[in-house]
Design a protein around this ligand. Structure first.
Ligand code: KIV
Ligand code: ZN
Length: 390
Protein backbone atom coordinates (compact mmCIF):
# COMPACT_ATOMS: atom_id res chain seq x y z
CA UNK A 1 0.00 0.00 0.00
CA UNK A 2 1.47 3.32 -1.13
CA UNK A 3 1.36 6.26 1.31
CA UNK A 4 0.10 9.56 -0.09
CA UNK A 5 1.25 12.77 1.58
CA UNK A 6 -1.43 15.40 1.92
CA UNK A 7 -0.16 18.92 1.19
CA UNK A 8 -2.85 21.39 2.19
CA UNK A 9 -2.81 24.76 0.44
CA UNK A 10 -6.05 26.20 1.86
CA UNK A 11 -4.02 28.95 3.54
CA UNK A 12 -2.17 29.89 0.34
CA UNK A 13 -3.96 28.98 -2.93
CA UNK A 14 -7.31 28.90 -1.10
CA UNK A 15 -6.80 32.10 0.81
CA UNK A 16 -5.77 34.04 -2.30
CA UNK A 17 -9.16 33.42 -3.98
CA UNK A 18 -11.94 36.04 -3.98
CA UNK A 19 -13.90 36.21 -0.73
CA UNK A 20 -11.58 33.83 1.16
CA UNK A 21 -9.00 36.13 2.72
CA UNK A 22 -8.28 35.59 6.42
CA UNK A 23 -6.81 37.58 9.27
CA UNK A 24 -3.60 36.44 10.93
CA UNK A 25 -5.58 35.02 13.90
CA UNK A 26 -7.93 33.15 11.56
CA UNK A 27 -5.01 31.66 9.66
CA UNK A 28 -3.42 30.41 12.89
CA UNK A 29 -6.74 28.98 14.09
CA UNK A 30 -7.26 27.15 10.82
CA UNK A 31 -3.65 25.87 10.75
CA UNK A 32 -4.24 24.29 14.18
CA UNK A 33 -7.31 22.56 12.75
CA UNK A 34 -5.19 21.30 9.83
CA UNK A 35 -2.81 19.82 12.37
CA UNK A 36 -5.74 18.02 14.02
CA UNK A 37 -6.73 16.76 10.59
CA UNK A 38 -3.20 15.35 10.43
CA UNK A 39 -2.16 16.81 7.08
CA UNK A 40 1.51 16.22 6.24
CA UNK A 41 2.35 19.65 4.85
CA UNK A 42 0.73 23.05 5.38
CA UNK A 43 1.39 25.68 2.72
CA UNK A 44 0.98 28.64 5.05
CA UNK A 45 1.22 31.51 2.56
CA UNK A 46 3.23 33.47 0.02
CA UNK A 47 5.62 35.54 2.13
CA UNK A 48 6.68 38.00 -0.60
CA UNK A 49 3.06 38.92 -1.33
CA UNK A 50 2.67 41.00 1.85
CA UNK A 51 4.17 41.67 5.28
CA UNK A 52 0.90 40.34 6.73
CA UNK A 53 1.35 37.00 4.97
CA UNK A 54 4.97 36.75 6.11
CA UNK A 55 3.93 37.38 9.74
CA UNK A 56 1.06 34.88 9.46
CA UNK A 57 3.48 32.16 8.28
CA UNK A 58 5.74 32.92 11.25
CA UNK A 59 2.82 32.72 13.71
CA UNK A 60 1.59 29.47 12.17
CA UNK A 61 5.14 28.09 12.47
CA UNK A 62 5.15 28.92 16.19
CA UNK A 63 1.77 27.30 16.78
CA UNK A 64 1.99 24.11 14.78
CA UNK A 65 4.30 21.22 15.72
CA UNK A 66 3.96 18.17 13.50
CA UNK A 67 3.34 19.12 9.84
CA UNK A 68 6.01 20.56 7.56
CA UNK A 69 5.34 24.27 7.03
CA UNK A 70 5.99 25.55 3.54
CA UNK A 71 6.14 29.04 2.11
CA UNK A 72 5.72 29.89 -1.57
CA UNK A 73 8.30 31.87 -3.58
CA UNK A 74 8.73 32.80 -7.22
CA UNK A 75 12.13 31.93 -8.68
CA UNK A 76 13.90 35.06 -7.48
CA UNK A 77 16.18 35.85 -4.54
CA UNK A 78 13.87 38.33 -2.87
CA UNK A 79 10.94 35.90 -2.77
CA UNK A 80 13.16 33.04 -1.59
CA UNK A 81 14.71 35.19 1.17
CA UNK A 82 11.22 36.23 2.33
CA UNK A 83 10.02 32.63 2.28
CA UNK A 84 13.04 31.58 4.35
CA UNK A 85 12.48 34.43 6.82
CA UNK A 86 8.81 33.46 7.17
CA UNK A 87 9.86 29.93 8.11
CA UNK A 88 12.38 30.84 10.80
CA UNK A 89 10.23 29.45 13.66
CA UNK A 90 9.10 26.31 11.81
CA UNK A 91 10.14 23.00 13.35
CA UNK A 92 10.07 21.43 9.89
CA UNK A 93 10.39 23.80 6.94
CA UNK A 94 10.16 23.68 3.16
CA UNK A 95 10.66 26.39 0.55
CA UNK A 96 8.30 25.95 -2.41
CA UNK A 97 9.59 27.78 -5.46
CA UNK A 98 8.01 27.92 -8.91
CA UNK A 99 8.31 29.32 -12.42
CA UNK A 100 6.04 29.05 -15.45
CA UNK A 101 7.19 26.68 -18.21
CA UNK A 102 4.44 26.77 -20.86
CA UNK A 103 5.12 28.72 -24.07
CA UNK A 104 2.26 31.16 -23.44
CA UNK A 105 3.40 31.98 -19.90
CA UNK A 106 7.09 32.26 -20.82
CA UNK A 107 6.44 34.48 -23.86
CA UNK A 108 3.52 36.65 -22.76
CA UNK A 109 3.92 36.81 -18.98
CA UNK A 110 7.58 36.28 -18.12
CA UNK A 111 9.04 37.50 -21.44
CA UNK A 112 11.75 34.88 -21.08
CA UNK A 113 13.19 32.34 -23.49
CA UNK A 114 13.43 28.62 -22.66
CA UNK A 115 17.18 29.04 -22.05
CA UNK A 116 16.58 31.89 -19.61
CA UNK A 117 14.01 29.86 -17.71
CA UNK A 118 16.45 26.93 -17.46
CA UNK A 119 19.15 29.21 -16.05
CA UNK A 120 16.69 30.69 -13.51
CA UNK A 121 15.62 27.25 -12.36
CA UNK A 122 19.22 26.14 -11.87
CA UNK A 123 20.27 29.29 -10.01
CA UNK A 124 17.21 29.73 -7.84
CA UNK A 125 16.72 26.11 -6.81
CA UNK A 126 20.43 26.03 -5.85
CA UNK A 127 20.00 29.25 -3.91
CA UNK A 128 16.91 27.96 -2.07
CA UNK A 129 18.79 24.74 -1.30
CA UNK A 130 21.65 26.73 0.22
CA UNK A 131 19.13 27.99 2.82
CA UNK A 132 16.88 25.02 3.40
CA UNK A 133 17.16 21.26 3.00
CA UNK A 134 13.61 20.61 1.86
CA UNK A 135 12.90 22.21 -1.54
CA UNK A 136 9.80 21.78 -3.66
CA UNK A 137 9.89 23.01 -7.24
CA UNK A 138 6.72 23.60 -9.31
CA UNK A 139 6.44 24.06 -13.07
CA UNK A 140 3.57 26.53 -13.30
CA UNK A 141 1.19 25.64 -16.16
CA UNK A 142 2.97 22.28 -16.47
CA UNK A 143 0.06 20.62 -18.25
CA UNK A 144 0.34 23.09 -21.17
CA UNK A 145 4.13 22.78 -21.27
CA UNK A 146 5.85 20.93 -24.10
CA UNK A 147 6.86 17.56 -22.76
CA UNK A 148 10.56 17.53 -23.81
CA UNK A 149 11.05 20.99 -22.26
CA UNK A 150 9.23 19.87 -19.11
CA UNK A 151 11.62 16.91 -18.80
CA UNK A 152 14.62 19.25 -19.17
CA UNK A 153 13.34 21.66 -16.50
CA UNK A 154 12.62 18.85 -14.05
CA UNK A 155 16.05 17.26 -14.55
CA UNK A 156 17.75 20.60 -13.84
CA UNK A 157 15.59 21.29 -10.77
CA UNK A 158 16.54 17.87 -9.37
CA UNK A 159 20.26 18.35 -10.14
CA UNK A 160 20.06 21.72 -8.36
CA UNK A 161 18.63 20.26 -5.17
CA UNK A 162 14.82 19.96 -5.40
CA UNK A 163 13.48 16.95 -3.52
CA UNK A 164 9.81 17.39 -4.50
CA UNK A 165 8.67 18.11 -8.06
CA UNK A 166 5.14 19.40 -8.50
CA UNK A 167 3.26 19.17 -11.83
CA UNK A 168 0.42 21.69 -11.54
CA UNK A 169 -2.60 21.82 -13.79
CA UNK A 170 -2.63 25.56 -13.16
CA UNK A 171 -5.57 26.43 -15.40
CA UNK A 172 -7.66 23.28 -14.89
CA UNK A 173 -7.18 22.27 -18.54
CA UNK A 174 -6.03 18.67 -18.52
CA UNK A 175 -8.15 15.48 -18.57
CA UNK A 176 -7.46 12.43 -16.36
CA UNK A 177 -5.96 10.19 -19.07
CA UNK A 178 -3.75 12.94 -20.46
CA UNK A 179 -2.53 13.79 -16.96
CA UNK A 180 -1.60 10.16 -16.33
CA UNK A 181 0.29 10.17 -19.65
CA UNK A 182 2.27 13.25 -18.55
CA UNK A 183 3.28 11.55 -15.28
CA UNK A 184 4.27 8.45 -17.22
CA UNK A 185 6.31 10.54 -19.68
CA UNK A 186 8.14 12.25 -16.82
CA UNK A 187 8.96 8.92 -15.19
CA UNK A 188 10.29 7.54 -18.45
CA UNK A 189 12.20 10.61 -19.65
CA UNK A 190 13.77 12.25 -16.60
CA UNK A 191 16.79 10.11 -15.69
CA UNK A 192 17.08 11.33 -12.06
CA UNK A 193 13.33 11.21 -11.29
CA UNK A 194 13.74 8.33 -8.83
CA UNK A 195 15.48 10.70 -6.39
CA UNK A 196 12.41 12.87 -5.76
CA UNK A 197 8.81 12.84 -4.64
CA UNK A 198 6.28 13.66 -7.39
CA UNK A 199 3.35 15.90 -6.56
CA UNK A 200 0.02 16.89 -8.12
CA UNK A 201 -1.77 20.26 -7.87
CA UNK A 202 -5.00 20.49 -9.87
CA UNK A 203 -7.42 23.33 -10.47
CA UNK A 204 -11.10 22.79 -11.08
CA UNK A 205 -11.99 24.97 -14.07
CA UNK A 206 -13.58 22.02 -15.90
CA UNK A 207 -14.73 20.25 -12.73
CA UNK A 208 -11.92 17.69 -13.13
CA UNK A 209 -9.57 18.60 -10.27
CA UNK A 210 -10.35 15.58 -8.08
CA UNK A 211 -10.51 13.16 -11.04
CA UNK A 212 -7.17 14.45 -12.34
CA UNK A 213 -5.60 14.22 -8.88
CA UNK A 214 -6.74 10.62 -8.49
CA UNK A 215 -5.50 9.80 -11.96
CA UNK A 216 -2.07 11.12 -10.94
CA UNK A 217 -2.17 8.92 -7.83
CA UNK A 218 -2.94 5.90 -9.99
CA UNK A 219 -0.03 6.93 -12.25
CA UNK A 220 2.36 6.88 -9.29
CA UNK A 221 2.62 10.32 -7.68
CA UNK A 222 2.92 10.34 -3.88
CA UNK A 223 2.01 13.88 -2.82
CA UNK A 224 -1.40 15.51 -3.35
CA UNK A 225 -1.93 19.26 -3.10
CA UNK A 226 -5.48 20.18 -2.20
CA UNK A 227 -7.67 22.51 -0.15
CA UNK A 228 -10.50 22.07 2.33
CA UNK A 229 -13.89 22.57 0.61
CA UNK A 230 -11.93 22.85 -2.67
CA UNK A 231 -11.42 26.60 -2.33
CA UNK A 232 -8.75 28.21 -4.52
CA UNK A 233 -8.09 30.38 -7.54
CA UNK A 234 -11.18 30.70 -9.84
CA UNK A 235 -13.13 27.42 -9.63
CA UNK A 236 -10.84 26.18 -6.89
CA UNK A 237 -8.44 23.32 -6.24
CA UNK A 238 -8.96 19.60 -5.71
CA UNK A 239 -11.03 19.23 -2.53
CA UNK A 240 -9.06 17.54 0.25
CA UNK A 241 -12.11 15.74 1.66
CA UNK A 242 -13.06 14.28 -1.73
CA UNK A 243 -9.56 13.04 -2.55
CA UNK A 244 -9.05 11.56 0.92
CA UNK A 245 -12.42 9.77 0.96
CA UNK A 246 -11.97 8.48 -2.59
CA UNK A 247 -8.63 6.98 -1.53
CA UNK A 248 -10.25 5.44 1.54
CA UNK A 249 -13.40 4.07 -0.06
CA UNK A 250 -11.66 2.92 -3.28
CA UNK A 251 -8.55 1.72 -1.56
CA UNK A 252 -8.98 -1.57 -3.46
CA UNK A 253 -8.40 0.32 -6.72
CA UNK A 254 -5.85 3.00 -5.79
CA UNK A 255 -3.86 0.82 -3.36
CA UNK A 256 -2.96 4.02 -1.54
CA UNK A 257 -3.69 5.56 1.85
CA UNK A 258 -3.58 9.08 3.24
CA UNK A 259 -2.93 9.46 6.92
CA UNK A 260 -5.83 11.85 7.56
CA UNK A 261 -7.94 11.95 10.71
CA UNK A 262 -11.25 11.83 8.85
CA UNK A 263 -13.29 12.57 12.01
CA UNK A 264 -11.92 16.14 11.76
CA UNK A 265 -12.97 16.70 8.13
CA UNK A 266 -16.39 18.12 8.90
CA UNK A 267 -14.98 20.36 11.66
CA UNK A 268 -12.38 21.72 9.23
CA UNK A 269 -15.02 22.34 6.59
CA UNK A 270 -17.35 24.11 9.03
CA UNK A 271 -14.53 26.20 10.47
CA UNK A 272 -13.52 27.36 7.00
CA UNK A 273 -17.09 28.38 6.16
CA UNK A 274 -17.33 30.26 9.48
CA UNK A 275 -14.06 32.07 8.87
CA UNK A 276 -14.51 32.98 5.21
CA UNK A 277 -18.30 33.11 4.87
CA UNK A 278 -17.78 31.16 1.66
CA UNK A 279 -20.67 28.66 1.68
CA UNK A 280 -20.64 25.26 0.03
CA UNK A 281 -23.45 23.80 -2.04
CA UNK A 282 -25.86 21.36 -0.35
CA UNK A 283 -24.89 18.49 -2.61
CA UNK A 284 -21.10 18.97 -2.20
CA UNK A 285 -19.57 15.50 -1.72
CA UNK A 286 -18.56 14.57 1.85
CA UNK A 287 -19.24 17.92 3.54
CA UNK A 288 -22.42 19.25 1.88
CA UNK A 289 -25.62 19.36 3.92
CA UNK A 290 -27.25 16.72 1.69
CA UNK A 291 -24.17 14.53 1.18
CA UNK A 292 -25.60 11.65 3.23
CA UNK A 293 -29.32 12.42 3.20
CA UNK A 294 -32.03 10.29 1.61
CA UNK A 295 -35.42 11.71 0.75
CA UNK A 296 -36.82 9.46 -1.95
CA UNK A 297 -39.09 6.65 -0.78
CA UNK A 298 -37.25 3.98 -2.76
CA UNK A 299 -33.86 4.92 -1.32
CA UNK A 300 -35.24 5.28 2.21
CA UNK A 301 -36.89 1.87 2.03
CA UNK A 302 -33.56 0.42 0.85
CA UNK A 303 -31.33 1.95 3.54
CA UNK A 304 -33.79 1.13 6.31
CA UNK A 305 -33.26 -2.52 5.42
CA UNK A 306 -29.56 -2.38 4.56
CA UNK A 307 -27.55 0.87 4.54
CA UNK A 308 -25.23 -0.46 1.86
CA UNK A 309 -28.01 -0.37 -0.71
CA UNK A 310 -27.49 3.37 -1.19
CA UNK A 311 -24.59 4.38 1.08
CA UNK A 312 -20.92 3.88 0.22
CA UNK A 313 -19.64 6.02 3.09
CA UNK A 314 -20.56 5.62 6.76
CA UNK A 315 -21.14 9.25 7.76
CA UNK A 316 -20.42 8.43 11.43
CA UNK A 317 -16.80 7.69 10.37
CA UNK A 318 -16.66 11.40 9.59
CA UNK A 319 -18.13 12.34 12.95
CA UNK A 320 -21.53 13.09 11.39
CA UNK A 321 -24.10 11.56 13.74
CA UNK A 322 -27.31 13.15 12.47
CA UNK A 323 -30.25 11.22 11.02
CA UNK A 324 -29.74 10.62 7.30
CA UNK A 325 -33.42 10.03 6.58
CA UNK A 326 -35.12 13.25 5.59
CA UNK A 327 -38.87 13.47 5.42
CA UNK A 328 -39.72 15.18 2.15
CA UNK A 329 -42.30 15.10 -0.60
CA UNK A 330 -40.71 11.97 -2.09
CA UNK A 331 -40.63 9.97 1.15
CA UNK A 332 -42.72 6.85 1.61
CA UNK A 333 -44.69 5.35 4.53
CA UNK A 334 -41.75 3.31 5.85
CA UNK A 335 -39.55 6.32 6.37
CA UNK A 336 -42.34 8.43 7.81
CA UNK A 337 -43.21 5.74 10.37
CA UNK A 338 -39.55 5.21 11.26
CA UNK A 339 -39.04 8.94 11.68
CA UNK A 340 -42.12 9.31 13.90
CA UNK A 341 -40.92 6.42 16.04
CA UNK A 342 -37.41 7.80 16.29
CA UNK A 343 -38.94 10.97 17.72
CA UNK A 344 -40.73 8.87 20.37
CA UNK A 345 -44.12 10.10 19.22
CA UNK A 346 -47.23 8.04 19.76
CA UNK A 347 -49.14 7.18 16.61
CA UNK A 348 -52.24 5.24 15.72
CA UNK A 349 -51.04 2.94 12.98
CA UNK A 350 -54.59 2.30 11.82
CA UNK A 351 -54.60 5.92 10.72
CA UNK A 352 -51.09 6.03 9.27
CA UNK A 353 -52.32 6.82 5.75
CA UNK A 354 -54.05 9.84 7.20
CA UNK A 355 -50.82 11.08 8.77
CA UNK A 356 -48.88 10.45 5.60
CA UNK A 357 -51.43 12.44 3.60
CA UNK A 358 -51.33 15.36 6.01
CA UNK A 359 -47.53 15.37 6.09
CA UNK A 360 -47.33 15.27 2.28
CA UNK A 361 -49.87 18.06 1.95
CA UNK A 362 -47.81 20.12 4.35
CA UNK A 363 -44.69 19.38 2.30
CA UNK A 364 -46.40 20.31 -0.97
CA UNK A 365 -47.06 23.73 0.48
CA UNK A 366 -43.82 24.20 2.43
CA UNK A 367 -41.17 21.99 0.73
CA UNK A 368 -39.52 21.04 4.06
CA UNK A 369 -40.80 19.97 7.47
CA UNK A 370 -38.98 20.42 10.76
CA UNK A 371 -39.20 17.98 13.66
CA UNK A 372 -41.40 20.45 15.54
CA UNK A 373 -43.81 20.77 12.62
CA UNK A 374 -43.94 17.00 12.24
CA UNK A 375 -44.58 16.64 15.96
CA UNK A 376 -47.47 19.08 15.74
CA UNK A 377 -49.17 17.25 12.86
CA UNK A 378 -48.73 13.85 14.49
CA UNK A 379 -49.71 14.82 18.01
CA UNK A 380 -53.19 15.96 16.90
CA UNK A 381 -54.51 12.36 16.87
CA UNK A 382 -52.31 10.43 19.27
CA UNK A 383 -53.18 6.87 20.19
CA UNK A 384 -50.31 4.59 21.27
CA UNK A 385 -49.49 1.81 18.86
CA UNK A 386 -46.86 -0.84 18.05
CA UNK A 387 -44.21 -0.43 15.39
CA UNK A 388 -44.97 -2.14 12.11
CA UNK A 389 -41.29 -3.16 12.08
CA UNK A 390 -41.59 -5.29 15.25
O1 KIV B 1 -1.69 26.54 -9.72
C1 KIV B 1 -0.45 26.66 -9.65
O2 KIV B 1 0.30 26.45 -10.61
C2 KIV B 1 0.10 27.08 -8.37
C3 KIV B 1 1.59 27.00 -8.23
C4 KIV B 1 2.16 28.20 -7.61
C5 KIV B 1 1.96 25.73 -7.50
O3 KIV B 1 -0.63 27.39 -7.45
ZN1 ZN C 1 -2.68 26.69 -7.80
Amino acid sequence: MKEIKIFDTTLRDGEQSPGCSMTLEEKVKFAKQLEKLNVDIIEAGFAASSEKDLKAIQEISKNVERPIITSLARCNKNDIDKAYESLKYAKKKRIHTFIATSKIHMQDKLHMSEEEVLVKVREMVKYAKSLCDDIEFSLEDATRTEKPFMAQVIAIAIESGANVINIPDTVGYITPNEYADIIKYIKENVPNIGRVELSTHCHNDLGLAVANTLSAVAAGITQVECTVNGIGERAGNAALEEVVMALKIRNDYYQATANINIKEIKNASNMLVDITGSYIQRNKPIVGENAFKHESGIHQHGVLQNKNTYEIIDSSDLGIEEDNIVIGIHSGRHAIIKKIESMNLEIDLANIDDYVQKIKKYLEENKTISDDELREIVSKGKVKSKSIFN
